[in-house]
Write a protein that binds this ligand. Sequence first.
Ligand code: GYE
Length: 306
Amino acid sequence: AGGGGGQTPGSGGGGTITLGFSQVGAESGWRTANTKSIQDSAKAAGIDLKFSDAQQKQENQIRAIRSFIQQKVKVIAFSPVVESGWDTVLKEAKTANIPVILTDRAIDSPDTSLYKTFLGSDFVKEGRKAGEWLTKEFASATGDVNIVELQGTTGSAPANDRKKGFAEAIASTSKFKVVASQTGEFTRAKGKEVMEAFLKSQSKIDVLYAHNDDMALGAIEAIEGAGKKPGTDIKIVSIDAVRDGMQALADGKINYIVECNPLLGPQLMDLVKKVAAGEQVPQRIETEETEFDQAKAKEVLPQRQY
Ligand code: GYE
């Protein structure tokens, strides 16, 4: 450091970049893997990470972002729990000249100057893939196919988009009926609870579409508790492909999983370095993803990282 001056805001000693990261919470296996990826890759990249867990509450995220602004971090990144209501706090970051990166989930603001880039999956595409699988699986079915849906966190981008993509994919086939659809908050406990209620209120359920593996895993317990066979009596399609989900798929309790990649850390740290250096970055960076059936799950499980 040069003689006498204080440190540059946002840098520790030796030009270390300080990153303030506000995480959604610890609601699912996906989230746990995502948090680990971010923490590990910050360390590997030599970035000073200030990590804050919002416990699925927007007010906690807003508070964390304000505190990052006050601390004059170099870059702010966050995974917005819901889509709307971010303009005020993001304008504060902009006024303070702190660049913001969205990871995993997007916001619905038309003002794209409020963030530098959005790194994450295309959730509409994921929902569509789940629906397309269903249309193939039930291609020869003649009667109604009754579907129950476990939605993610109300108001979140993945819940809104996965519902939309799925609905689009099944829309042209009138035999598909979504007979019940409710939030399971992306958690195992809530997935179980809501599925128990579905099993009581619905006389015939052919398919469960769960917006993530954790809710499907909770629902499996409910289905077994009701004396039915998950994967056979009720077909299950979910999204994420975390280890426990993949195990249930390999065991025949889930029928199909659309992958959503949580390992965003390395790409995020590259972006942090670039925006910290004032470099241009693309507005949107989409994650590469695949899909798994039961045979493929058995094949890849031993090498699965999370
Ligand atoms: O699918 C779910 C998690 O935002 C993509 O959040 C993420 C979702 C993920 O709780 O398991």
